[in-house]
Design a protein around this ligand. Structure first.
Ligand code: SF4
Length: 193
């Protein structure tokens, strides 16, 4: 049986390049992106992550048929050769960011909003949709937002802060909330809280 292309992508497209900061990680937590950049962990694989990746692919295939450009590279110049980079899930007249969850009735998490808002802002598109798919039931909801420039600048400031922290080898502040239960860096992170 051939390896699914999404699995190959998981390794080939997730190799870190110097001076590139990832919008997805940075939206979650500046300290997470700092550790991720410094330690470059291998992509994680478990049932939940894999099912999320495959669901992404299925939905992206459908959006592609509807004329969307998928996995569109997004870049923002932070100066001195540093960049914020990411890949928007699907782009046409609106940016669509696909998220999979085990409880889609909860409020949309702020880090999802920061990420999708930033992609739309950089691409000059004034609306974005976060498509939330509930993995256990297959239910989904689409939540539409107007681009918020202030939120986009918040992420730019985070990027600048993490860039300086990487250069100076100082650990930035982290969110240190529920993330401590799940984050792969929590063991070291707690020592700096
Ligand atoms: S445990 Fe939380 S605060 Fe620490 S690096 Fe991970 S996400 Fe950031």
């Amino acid at each position: 049986m051939p390896i699914h292309p999404a699995l190959l992508d998981l390794y080939t497209n997730h190799t870190r390049k110097p001076k590139e900061l990832w919008v997805s990680n940075l939206s979650l937590c500046p300290r997470y992106e700092f550790f991720h950049y410094k330690f470059r962990p291998a992509p994680r694989m478990n049932d939940a992550i894999l099912s999320g990746i495959f669901l992404h692919r299925l939905v992206q295939e459908k959006l592609k048929e509807d004329g969307y450009e998928v996995e569109k590279r997004v870049e923002y110049d932070l100066g001195d050769g540093w960049k914020l980079v990411g890949r928007a899930d699907a782009v046409k007249d609106v940016v669509v960011e696909i998220k999979t969850t085990n409880d889609y009735t909860k409020d949309v998490p702020e880090h999802w909003v920061l990420q999708a808002n930033f992609y739309a802002w950089v691409l000059g598109i004034d609306k974005y949709i976060i498509l939330i798919i509930d993995k256990p039931t297959g239910h989904y909801q689409e939540v539409e937002f107007d681009v918020d420039e202030e939120k986009a600048m918040e992420l730019v400031e985070r990027g600048k802060e993490v860039k300086e922290c990487i250069i100076s080898k100082n650990i930035p502040d982290g969110r240190c909330d529920w993330c401590l239960k799940y984050c792969e860096f929590s063991v070291i992170c707690e020592r700096f809280s």
